[in-house]
Design a protein. Structure first.
Lengths: 447, 434
C-alpha cells in the first residue's frame, strides 16, 4: 500500500515513508560520544554506600563504573557492570532507570537532574562489545551439566554464570531465536540495530553454552528427561499466555495481543510492510501497553488511545513512559474498563465504562462511552503457560524460595515465570545469576 | 558603578586589570584589541637585547591540566621572550601608547646581567613613551639556561644590582617581576626594594611538567618525543601566588612596597582577593588566553558591583585590607572552638562527609540506616574536611562555640580569652605571661 497515509481507514501498512519510519524508530536515547560521557560521568559524587547501588536490582557498583568512565577506562567500567549484570547492555537501554538508580541518585534530590546512569552504562558496555571483547573466562570444567529452559534474560544470565563456573550448559528456547523478551518484546526504539541478538552472540562467547531453539517445555522437552539427563535444571520460560479482556466481541477481527504485535514489529525486516490501524486502542497500563501504543503511533496510526481501568498513577508504566507516550501523541484515558467490542466482523468501536475505586474495590460507574477503533491491542498482562505440573505454584507463578529454588529438588526457576520480583528485565537477570550461584554451590558439594 | 580608576606607581589606568607580559601582549595588533576590549593596561611581552631575536620551538609550547568538561585549570608554556625584532616592538609600543594615552603600557625587559646591556636598551624604551618597565626575573625555562630570567631572580644580589642599574638609566617606574621558583620570596622582594624598585610583581610561572604521555613516555608538551619543564600558570596557581603576595605584604622589611598581583586571576573575585592581600592591581594572562580579551568585561562589572555592595568608592579603599589578618600559625587563637553542623534540610545524603571523616579523619560523623548524617560533637575537631568535600554549598557549616559552653570533645569550658601556641602549656618554649 504505497499510497496509504495515517488517514487511510483500516489496518494497513506503509502509512509513513521509509525515511520517516527510520527516524521514528531510531534510538530513543542516542549513544554518548566519549567526551559527553566523561562530562556526564563526572557529575557523579561517588557517594558513600551509594543509594543507586541499593536501588539497582543487580547491585551494580555504579559510582565505581562511572569513575572508570570518567578516567578514560570504559572497558573497565563495562567489566564492573557486567560482572553483576551480564545483560548490562540491554538493561542500560530498557531499565526504567527513572524508578531505579536514577531516582535514587542524590543529584535527583539535589537538582532534579540525576546522573544519566543508564546512558553511561550503555556507553561503557557498547564500548566493550564494539571492541568484540568478552571479559570473562570459564573456570576449569566441573564435569557437571545444567539444562536452562528459556533463553530470555533470566535464562541467559543463569547460563552465563554457570558456564563461567565451569559447568556445561544447554540453553533451550521454544522460539526460533534466543533472547526472549529482549528479542521479541520491548519497543524497537530501545533496542536498535539488532542489539538483542548481538548481545546474545556476545554473551555466548564465554563458551560452554549450547543453544537449542524450537524446544518447548511440555512438548519437545519433558522435565523428567531433563532431570535425568542433567545435574540441575533452571526454568526461565517467562509468561507466554495472554490475559483475556472478558468483554463481548473480543474475537472480532482487528483485536489482538500487544505482545504479538510487538514481536512482529521486532522481527520485521521492513517496517513499511507492517500493518497498523488508523484508530488504535490499547487496553492496559503497563510497559507493554505503552510500547504497543507508541509504536502504533510511530508506524503512522492517526489516533492512538491507551485505556486503563484504574487511575493514571496506578499504571505499571513509569511516569517517564507515560510522558513518552503522550509526547508522541498517544492519548491516555484512565479509569475506564472495556465493556464490549463493537463492529460488523471487524472491530469498529470499543465501548468502555468509567470506573471508580471505593474501599479498594474497582467499580463501574454505569456511564459508558465509545472510542472509534479499527485495531485493538490487549495489553492487560501475561500469564504462565506450560509450567510443569510437578512444580508448586504460588498464585499464578512457579513458587520459589531463596535463590530460585522450586518445590522440586534440583530444579530452580527465575524471571517472570517465578514468584516474587517485579517482572523487569534487570530483575530477571539478577534472579538468573543468583540461581546459578546457588546451583553452583549445590553441585559443588554445598547443600 | 564604582570608580575602578587605578593609580599604580603614579601610572593611571581606567581599571586595575592589566594583561601580563605574555603572548597576548606580544604585538600591536593584540594590544590594540585588548584595549578596545577594555583592559586597563598591558605589560608588553618581554623584549631582549638588540640583535638576532630568540627562536622558539616549532612544536607545542603549551600543556594543560583540566577539571571537569575540559575546564582549563592550569597551563604551562615553554615559550621564550618575544621572537620579533627589538626595533619592531619599540615602534609598535610607541604607536600604541600614543593612541591610548589613558592606558598603562609597561615594557617587560630581559637582557644579560651586564650593566652595558641595560644601559643600551633602557634609553630605547624610554623613547617609546611607555609608562614604566618590568624586569623579567622569573621566566623559568630557556632564558634561565642563558643566565637570564629566573637565573637572576633566584639570586637576590643580582636582582638588587640590576634594579639599581635600571633606576640609574631609566626615569620611570621600575617593577621587578619575581619568580616563585625559590624557597623564600621575601628575600628577592627585599633585594628589589634595596635596589630601588618601585614595585614588585608576582608570581611568574612555576616550574612544571603538566603530563606524561603514557604511550610515548614523553613529558607534555612534547617536542619530538622530549619535553622540558615549562612555566605553570592559570587558576591552579592562585593559592601559591596569593601566599607569596601576602608574605611580601606583611613582611616588615617590604611592607608598603607596591605589588602587582599575578597568578591565576580568572574572575573579578580573584582580583579582589589579590588586592585585599595588598596588590595595587592585578595582571592576567591565562584567563585571556583561555577565553579571549572579552573576559575583562566580567572582571570590570563584577569588581564594580562588589565595591558598590561593600561601599568602596575607590580601589584604594580595600587594597591591603586582608593583610593584617594574615599571621603565623603560632598566633592563631587556640581558644576558638567550632563544630561542624550539617543542615538536614540541605543534605542530599551523598555521604561524602561521612566517608571523608570516617576513613581519613576523626570519625566524627554518624550515618543512620536511612542515611541521616550527623556530626558527633564529642569527636569533631572542626577540621573542615566535611565542608570541603560536601557538594552542596553551605550545607555543612562551622559553628563557633560560645564562651562558657563545654566542648564535648575535651570536656573543657570554652574560654573567652584569646590564647595561642606561644603561651600554651604544651609548648616547651612557651613564655608564660607574667
Amino acid at each position: 500500500m504505497p499510497d496509504a497515509t495515517p488517514l487511510t481507514p483500516g489496518i494497513t501498512s506503509g502509512r509513513l515513508s521509509a525515511e520517516t519510519l527510520s527516524q521514528n524508530f531510531d534510538d530513543l536515547h542516542p549513544a554518548y560520544a566519549p567526551h559527553e560521557a566523561a562530562v556526564a560521568a563526572d557529575r557523579c559524587y561517588f557517594c558513600h554506600d551509594a543509594p543507586c547501588i541499593t536501588a539497582c536490582p543487580t547491585d551494580i557498583d555504579i559510582p565505581l563504573f562511572l569513575r572508570q568512565i570518567q578516567t578514560g577506562t570504559p572497558e573497565a567500567a563495562a567489566k564492573t557492570i557486567l560482572s553483576q549484570n551480564i545483560l548490562g547492555g540491554m538493561c542500560a537501554r530498557v531499565c526504567p532507570t527513572e524508578t531505579l538508580c536514577e531516582e535514587a541518585c542524590v543529584r535527583e534530590a539535589a537538582e532534579g537532574k540525576p546522573v544519566e546512569i543508564g546512558r553511561l552504562q550503555r556507553f561503557a558496555t557498547d564500548t566493550l562489545m564494539r571492541a568484540g571483547k568478552h571479559p570473562f573466562t570459564r573456570a576449569k570444567s566441573t564435569g557437571k551439566s545444567v539444562a536452562v529452559v528459556g533463553a530470555g534474560p533470566s535464562g541467559l544470565s543463569c547460563a552465563h554464570r554457570l558456564a563461567m563456573h565451569g559447568h556445561d550448559v544447554v540453553l533451550f528456547d521454544a522460539r526460533a531465536k534466543a533472547g526472549g523478551l529482549n528479542e521479541f518484546g520491548i519497543a524497537a526504539y530501545k533496542s536498535t540495530d539488532g542489539f538483542a541478538a548481538q548481545e546474545v552472540d556476545w554473551l555466548l562467547k564465554i563458551g560452554g553454552i549450547t543453544v537449542e531453539t524450537g524446544q518447548r517445555l511440555g512438548q519437545e522437552l519433558s522435565l523428567d528427561e531433563l532431570q535425568n539427563e542433567y545435574d540441575a535444571v533452571f526454568i526461565g520460560i517467562g509468561l507466554s499466555g495472554v490475559n483475556s479482556l472478558r468483554a463481548a466481541g473480543e474475537e472480532r477481527e482487528g483485536v489482538s495481543d500487544a505482545v504479538s504485535f510487538i514481536a512482529d514489529l521486532r522481527q520485521a525486516s521492513d517496517l513499511s510492510g507492517l500493518p497498523v490501524g488508523r484508530d488504535v486502542v490499547v487496553i492496559g497500563g503497563g510497559m507493554t501497553a505503552v510500547d504497543a501504543a507508541v509504536q502504533s503511533k510511530l508506524l503512522g496510526a492517526q489516533n492512538v488511545t491507551i485505556v486503563y481501568r484504574r487511575g493514571q498513577d496506578q499504571m505499571g508504566a513509569s511516569r517517564f513512559e507515560q510522558d513518552l507516550a503522550t509526547s508522541k501523541g498517544v492519548r491516555i484515558v484512565a479509569n475506564a474498563q472495556p465493556v464490549a467490542i463493537h463492529g460488523n466482523g471487524a472491530v469498529a468501536e470499543a465501548e468502555f465504562e468509567y470506573t471508580t475505586t471505593k474501599d479498594g474495590t474497582l467499580k463501574g460507574t454505569g456511564e459508558t462511552f465509545r472510542i472509534k477503533a479499527d485495531q485493538l491491542f490487549k495489553a492487560i498482562g501475561q500469564t504462565l503457560e506450560g509450567a510443569p505440573e510437578a512444580l508448586k505454584l504460588d498464585g499464578r507463578k512457579i513458587a520459589v524460595t531463596g535463590a530460585g529454588r522450586t518445590s522440586v529438588k534440583g530444579i530452580w526457576a527465575g524471571g517472570d515465570c517465578a514468584s516474587g520480583g517485579d517482572d523487569l528485565t534487570v530483575t530477571a537477570v539478577a534472579e538468573g545469576r543468583d540461581a546459578a550461584e546457588d546451583i553452583h554451590s549445590t553441585l559443588m558439594g554445598g547443600k | 558603578m564604582a570608580d575602578l580608576t587605578t593609580e599604580f606607581l603614579g601610572i593611571k589606568s581606567p581599571n586595575p586589570f592589566w594583561l601580563a607580559s605574555a603572548p597576548p601582549t606580544d604585538k600591536e595588533y593584540n594590544v590594540r584589541r585588548a584595549f578596545e576590549a577594555g583592559w586597563g593596561g598591558v605589560v608588553w611581552k618581554t623584549l631582549g637585547m638588540e640583535g638576532p631575536p630568540v627562536v622558539n620551538v616549532n612544536g607545542p609550547r603549551y600543556g594543560a591540566i583540566y577539571g571537569a568538561d575540559r575546564r582549563l585549570l592550569g597551563l604551562n608554556n615553554i615559550e621564550l621572550i618575544t621572537d620579533r625584532p627589538l626595533q619592531t616592538n619599540l615602534e609598535e609600543i610607541k604607536r600604541v601608547k600614543a593612541d591610548y594615552p589613558d592606558r598603562a603600557i609597561i615594557v617587560s625587559l630581559m637582557v644579560p646581567c651586564e650593566e652595558q646591556a641595560w644601559k643600551d636598551i633602557l634609553p630605547l624604551v624610554e623613547e617609546t613613551g611607555a609608562d614604566g618597565i618590568e624586569l623579567n626575573f622569573g621566566c623559568p625555562h630557556g632564558m634561565s639556561e642563558r643566565g637570564m630570567g629566573a637565573a637572576v631572580g633566584q639570586v637576590p644580589e643580582y636582582i638588587e644590582m640590576v634594579t639599581r642599574w635600571c633606576k640609574q638609566y631609566y626615569s620611570k617606574p621600575v617593577i621587578v617581576k619575581l619568580t616563585p621558583n625559590i624557597t623564600d620570596v621575601r628575600k628577592p622582594a627585599a633585594a628589589a626594594m634595596r635596589g630601588g624598585a618601585d614595585a614588585v610583581s608576582l608570581i611568574n610561572t612555576i616550574n612544571s611538567i603538566t603530563a606524561v604521555n603514557l604511550d610515548t613516555m614523553s613529558p607534555e608538551p612534547s617536542i619530538d618525543g622530549k619535553g622540558s619543564h615549562g612555566g605553570y600558570c592559570g587558576p591552579a596557581v592562585k593559592p601559591i601566588a596569593m601566599s607569596m603576595v601576602s608574605e611580601i605584604a606583611r613582611n616588615p622589611e617590604t611592607h608598603g612596597l607596591p605589588i602587582s598581583g599575578i597568578g591565576g586571576v580568572t574572575t573579578w573575585r580573584d582580583a579582589a582577593e589579590f588586592m585585599a592581600l595588598g596588590c595595587g592591581n592585578v595582571q592576567v594572562c591565562t584567563a585571556a588566553m583561555t577565553y579571549g580579551f572579552k573576559v575583562v568585561q566580567e572582571m570590570i562589572s563584577g569588581l564594580s558591583d562588589w565595591m558598590d555592595e561593600k561601599g568602596h568608592t575607590s580601589i584604594q579603599d580595600f587594597v591591603g585590607m586582608a593583610v593584617p589578618n594574615v599571621t603565623d600559625w603560632q598566633y592563631l587563637n587556640l581558644n576558638y572552638i567550632a563544630k561542624a553542623k550539617i543542615s538536614q534540610d540541605d543534605c542530599i545524603k551523598c555521604g561524602r562527609c561521612y566517608a571523608a571523616c570516617e576513613d581519613t579523619s576523626h570519625q566524627a560523623i554518624s550515618m543512620s540506616e536511612d542515611r541521616v548524617f550527623e556530626v558527633i560533637d564529642a569527636e569533631c575537631v572542626a577540621c573542615n574536611l566535611c565542608v570541603d568535600v560536601c557538594p552542596v554549598e553551605d550545607c555543612i557549616t562551622m559553628v563557633q562555640m560560645a564562651p562558657g559552653e563545654v566542648d564535648p570533645r575535651t570536656g573543657k569550658v570554652v574560654e573567652k580569652e584569646y590564647a595561642n601556641w606561644t603561651t600554651h602549656p604544651n609548648n616547651p618554649g612557651a613564655c608564660a605571661a607574667e
